[in-house]
Design a protein around this ligand. Structure first.
Ligand code: 3HC
Length: 309
């Protein structure tokens, strides 16, 4: 009966074992898993826009090929994650509607403009770097399909991060104007990258429950700290300064102290008032409408195939 099912679920979580699609789960677990996986997928798909903006204007064929491969990977991550959400009973058409109508979220980071080609490097180094910090622990998330999707995605993210860092390193070996362009991109993407980890734990509505169900393995603040500690030495090797005067190694803590994130800015961007929110959703809506004929044709073809059997 239900008590036995609940006990089996709790027991599986306790023993760090995987919950699979056919297993009974509490309704709250299903809901929060669909919420997180769907919004993760939406982030991947919307994330194609800022970088895609530079595919036709990449400075060399090599950079264009790398950027094409990366943007294509993001689409694949989105499809992977929508498929994981479907194993929980979600419908990808419904999830897309929720994204387009603003009833579901995507990562705030993609609401900032990509003004120069150095931004492509800053996104690879900082945004994909933050994503890796967040996604590696998710490989041990309690929901099987999500955790397994993360293993493949993390491998590709590390290519994304390395190509971004190499792009910036190349520019830092260039002219003063190129070095200034890199510093400007870092100045604009540093704080928004810290916002990717979510609000402070004390203000996070979902963290406690997500930790109890081992959906999350670390809290927002723990992962944010891990990202800062990892990135500061990389910034030094690159020769850029991070735009935070309070950034300082704290030997007692064994971590870097850093300044206050502008949580009001994050709330504004998440609420839809960021620099590019309107444009991002309009593009996504347009792409969905432009693709309607493909979906109808595929459905008609599938019906024909089924009748022919
Ligand atoms: N942008 C938009 N919304 C955000 C956000 C951000 N940076 N940070 C938090 N939120 C939202 C949460 O979704 C939640 O709203 P909801 O209840 O309506 O979903 C609310 O703010 C409160 O935040 P919580 O910390 O309570 O929410 P979570 O426990 O879900 O933590 C999270 C937020 C850390 C993003 C977590 O959902 C998570 O780890 N998600 C998986 C990773 C992910 O989505 N990454 C997106 C980054 S982009 C990416 O990975 C693509 C890569 O190619 C760069």
């Amino acid at each position: 009966d239900e008590q036995d099912l609940e006990r089996h679920f709790e027991h599986t979580i306790e023993k760090d074992q995987r919950i699979e699609p056919r297993d009974w789960v509490p309704e709250g677990y299903r809901k929060t898993m669909i919420r997180q996986i769907a919004q993760h997928a939406h982030s991947e798909i919307i994330g194609m826009q800022p970088e895609g903006n530079w595919i036709t204007r990449a400075p060399s064929l090599r950079r264009k090929a790398i950027l094409l491969a990366k943007v294509q990977d993001e689409a694949g991550h989105g499809l992977y994650l929508y498929s994981a959400a479907e194993t929980l009973g979600a419908d990808r058409g419904d999830l897309t509607e929720k994204l387009i109508s603003g009833r579901q979220k995507y990562s705030s980071i993609f609401n900032y403009p990509t003004l120069t080609f150095a931004d492509v490097g800053a996104i690879g180094w900082l945004v994909d770097g933050a994503a890796i910090c967040n996604q590696v622990p998710l490989c041990r998330s309690s929901y099987g399909p999500y955790a397994r999707a993360m293993i493949r995605i993390c491998k590709e993210e590390s290519f994304h991060q390395r190509q971004g860092y190499e792009l910036l390193m190349t520019m830092m070996k260039g002219t003063q104007a190129q070095r200034d362009m890199v510093q400007d991109a870092v100045n604009r993407f540093w704080w928004p990258s810290l916002m990717m980890f979510g609000p402070p734990d004390a203000e996070s509505a979902n963290t406690a429950q997500s930790m109890a169900w081992k959906i999350k393995r670390h809290t927002n603040d723990e992962l944010r700290q891990r990202f800062v500690d990892m990135t500061v030495p990389q910034a030094e090797a690159l020769g850029v300064t991070l735009p935070d005067p309070d950034l300082k190694w704290n030997p007692d803590r064994g971590h870097y102290d850093f300044g206050q994130v502008d949580w009001d800015e994050m709330k504004q961007v998440v609420a839809g008032n960021g620099p590019c929110n309107t444009e991002r959703l309009a593009r996504r809506r347009q792409a969905h409408e432009d693709g309607a004929w493909v979906r109808e044709a595929a459905a008609a073809h599938a019906r024909k195939m089924a009748e022919a059997k």
